[in-house]
Design a protein around this ligand. Structure first.
Ligand SMILES: Nc1ncnc2c1ncn2[C@@H]1O[C@H](COP(=O)(O)OP(=O)(O)OP(=O)(O)O)[C@@H](O)[C@H]1O
Length: 368
C-alpha cells in the first residue's frame, strides 16, 4: 500500500465506536439510542447542559456503567462491551482530579505504570517525561497539597496520558478552575492533544470550551443528539431552536419559507417583513414554518436600501461597559442589538435596523 494511502487509512480509522446505546436509571432515560464515533487523533467534545446524558455516555464508554442496551461498543477496534473497566484501553480524567494526596507528584504520575507492572526506574522515567509535557518537571517531588488547582489539573493529565490509552476521556476537567486559568488550560490541553496525536473525548457544558478545542462537537439534550459537526458549523448553522439558543443566539424569530435556492432562503416574518437568510442543515420546502436566528452583534442601524432592513423604534438601551445592549421594536417583533463601544448604535437615533443575509440562519426544527 502506498504510504499516503496507508496514512490516510489510519487517520480515518475509528478509535471509538458507540452504536445505539440506551441507558436508563429506573424510569429516567439518560441515553436514548445514541451513536457516536471518534477517529484516531480526533478531539471530540460532547456538549450539553446539566442532565443531558454526557457523564452517562462517558461512564458507559469507560465501563463504569453497564448500559441497558448497546449495539456496538468498540475501542481501537476491540469489542469492549463485555469487558470490565480495568481491561478497556481508555483512561478518564475527572473534574476533581482524583489524585492521591499522600503521594508526591511523580509518584502519582508513575502509579498507573506501576500497577501495569512496569519496573520502577522505567516508570519514573516515563512519568518524568509526562511531567515535562505539562511543564511540571520542576515540581515532581512536591506533595499534591503544595500545588495550585491548575497544577493539580496538569498532574491529572500527565497521569492519564502516561499510560498511552487509545482514548482519553475527560469529564469537565477544567470545571474547577477560575476563568483566566481555564482559558490558558484550554490552549495547553489542545496543544498537548495535538502533539500526542491522541483521541480525546471531552465533555463540557461550556460552548466556549467546546468551540475552542474541538475538531468535532456533539450537542446533546435529554439523552439524544441534537446536532453534531465542526465547531464553526454549530456556531454558524444551528439546526433547531434549542441549538440556536444554546449557541448564544439572542434573536430567534418564527416565520414561513417563501422560496429557496441551494444555500439560502427568502422568508416572511410576522408583519409581512420579508428577509433572506442561510439554510441550516435540514428539510425545507416553500410554505414550511421555520425559525430564524441572528446574533445581537450582527444587527445594526441600517439605511432603507440595506438588505434585510426593517423600520425600528428603540425600546431600551443598557450600557454594559465594553458594549451597549439595545432593544428595538419592529413589525416582526422585538430585536436585540449589541453595539461595541464607540459604534454609532450606542447613542444615535435608530429608525431602521438590518443585518446581512449571511448572518441570519434559517432552521427547520422550530419546536425543538
Ligand atoms: N445514578 C443515577 N441514578 C438515577 N438517575 C441518574 C443517575 N445518574 C444520572 N441520572 C440521571 O440521568 C440523566 C443524565 O445524567 P448525566 O449525569 O449523564 O447528565 P450530564 O449531562 O452529565 O449532567 P451534568 O453536566 O450535570 O453532569 C439525568 O436526568 C440524571 O438525573
Amino acid at each position: 500500500m502506498r504510504k499516503d494511502v496507508e496514512m490516510n487509512r489510519q487517520i480515518q480509522e475509528a478509535m471509538l465506536e458507540v452504536q445505539d446505546v440506551v441507558h436508563r436509571y429506573g424510569n429516567v432515560t439518560a441515553l436514548s439510542h445514541v451513536s457516536i464515533s471518534a477517529e484516531r487523533g480526533e478531539f471530540l467534545t460532547i456538549l450539553g447542559s446539566s442532565g443531558s446524558g454526557k457523564t452517562t455516555m462517558l461512564r458507559v464508554i469507560s465501563g463504569l456503567e453497564t448500559p441497558t442496551s448497546v449495539g456496538k461498543l468498540r475501542i481501537d477496534g476491540q469489542d469492549v462491551a463485555g469487558l470490565p473497566a480495568a481491561k478497556r484501553n481508555c483512561t478518564t480524567v475527572f473534574q476533581n482530579y482524583a489524585l492521591f494526596p499522600h503521594m508526591s507528584v511523580i509518584e502519582n504520575v508513575a502509579y498507573g505504570l506501576r500497577i501495569r507492572h512496569m519496573n520502577p526506574s522505567d516508570a519514573l522515567r516515563e512519568a518524568r517525561r509526562a511531567l515535562a509535557m505539562v511543564q511540571l518537571e520542576a515540581k515532581a517531588e512536591r506533595g499534591i497539597r503544595q500545588l495550585s488547582g491548575g497544577e493539580r489539573q496538569r498532574v491529572a493529565l500527565a497521569r492519564a496520558v502516561v499510560t498511552k490509552p487509545a482514548v482519553l476521556l475527560l469529564d469537565e476537567p477544567l470545571g474547577a478552575l477560575d476563568e483566566r486559568l481555564r482559558q490558558d488550560m484550554q490552549v495547553e490541553l489542545k496543544d498537548l492533544q495535538r502533539s500526542l496525536g491522541m483521541t480525546f473525548v471531552y465533555i463540557t457544558h461550556s460552548q466556549e470550551e467546546a468551540l475552542t478545542m474541538s475538531d468535532r462537537v456533539i450537542l446533546m439534550r435529554h439523552g439524544s443528539i441534537v446536532q453534531s459537526g465542526r465547531p464553526l458549523t454549530l456556531f454558524d448553522r444551528p439546526v433547531s431552536r434549542f441549538a440556536a439558543d444554546f449557541m448564544g443566539y439572542e434573536n430567534i424569530l418564527e416565520g414561513r419559507l417563501i422560496a429557496r435556492d441551494q444555500e439560502s432562503g427568502l422568508i416572511e416574518l410576522p408583519g409581512g417583513v420579508q428577509v433572506r437568510g442561510m439554510l441550516a442543515e435540514g428539510a425545507f420546502a416553500p410554505g414550511d414554518g421555520i425559525g430564524l436566528a441572528i446574533r445581537a452583534e450582527r444587527i445594526g442601524p441600517a439605511d432603507a436600501d440595506y438588505p434585510n432592513s426593517v423600520p425600528a423604534t428603540v425600546r431600551s438601551r443598557i450600557y454594559r461597559g465594553k458594549y451597549t445592549d439595545v432593544v428595538v421594536d419592529t413589525a416582526a417583533g422585538a430585536l436585540r442589538l449589541r453595539s461595541w463601544h464607540g459604534s454609532h448604535a450606542e447613542a444615535e437615533d435608530i429608525a431602521r435596523v438590518g443585518w446581512k443575509p449571511a448572518d441570519a440562519v434559517i432552521f427547520s426544527r422550530i419546536s425543538e
